[in-house]
Ligand binder design. Structure first.
Ligand code: SF4
Length: 251
């Protein structure tokens, strides 16, 4: 890589530190925990899946602020209690706190089905944790997201599957709209294949070049872009005049 991307990430780190946003370090902690030997149990996998679903097509700051409420609403992700509960209860509890999204009805309606797929995986592979570390994150995510897969989860596309993996401590990136957009503006995508796949490949190179984990690079760029946090490299009105990484941008 020609540019000094370590310098770019250092600038972003300093920017976020100075701004003192209430940044969400949950994924970074999960990755650190796994690195230090932690395994994630079934409830924690459901938690990872639910928070991934809730991240779909909405701003994240309210979800982050309401973590404790969400954990309580979902009975601390006790699978039996969730399965025994009418899904309308979850929709009502989320929507009443403005924590829904466009797909929330379908997401909650299919949650029990998704838990049954996780149970099937546990039965076949011994544990969900053994399953999610068997292959690279992009391959495991494809197994969750691809309709033809025996382990396909409903309402989970490729980016949300990656987010679920991140929530259980797998070091990868979620190629959501913010990440894809800033990768493009920084000239990091060549446009020769699927943008999501290209983000995954490029972040491997950025991680190797900078020494930062993939999740940390995602953390820096995502908080820089996202509404409720930096909101600098935003969709319609990027604030290029005050952008601290302008020298790295091709825009
Ligand atoms: S210069 Fe503008 S387009 Fe480029 S990264 Fe900064 S805010 Fe985004």
């Amino acid at each position: 890589m020609k540019k000094d991307y370590k310098k770019m990430f250092d600038i972003l780190e300093e920017y976020l530190d100075k701004k003192d946003f209430d940044v969400d370090k949950t994924v970074l902690k999960a990755i650190e925990d796994r690195k230090n030997g932690k395994s994630f149990n079934f409830n924690e996998h459901i938690k990872g899946l639910v928070f991934s679903l809730l991240s779909s097509q909405r701003d994240w700051s309210e979800i982050h602020k309401n973590r404790q409420y969400i954990e309580k609403l979902f009975f601390n992700f006790d699978k039996q209690k969730i399965k025994n509960t009418d899904y309308h209860y979850f929709i009502k509890g989320l929507v009443s706190h403005s924590l829904g999204n466009r797909a929330i009805h379908k997401q909650m309606e299919t949650l029990s089905y998704n838990i049954s797929i996780l149970e099937k995986i546990e039965k076949e592979y011994g544990s969900l944790d053994d399953f999610v570390i068997r292959l690279k994150p992009n391959a495991i995510s494809a197994l969750f997201a691809c309709k033809e897969s025996p382990y396909a989860l409903k309402q989970i596309g490729f980016p949300l599957a990656l987010e679920y993996l991140r929530n259980v401590g797998i070091d990868t990136v979620k190629p959501d709209v913010h990440i894809v957009r800033i990768f493009k503006r920084l000239g990091l995508l060549k446009g020769c294949e699927s943008e999501e796949k290209e983000v995954l490949e490029t972040i491997e190179e950025l991680s190797a070049a900078s020494g930062y984990s993939k999740a940390y690079i995602d953390f820096l760029l995502w908080h820089y872009c996202s509404v409720g946090f930096g909101n600098i490299c935003s969709e319609n009105n990027p604030k290029c005049e005050i952008c601290v990484i302008r020298e790295f941008c091709k825009n």
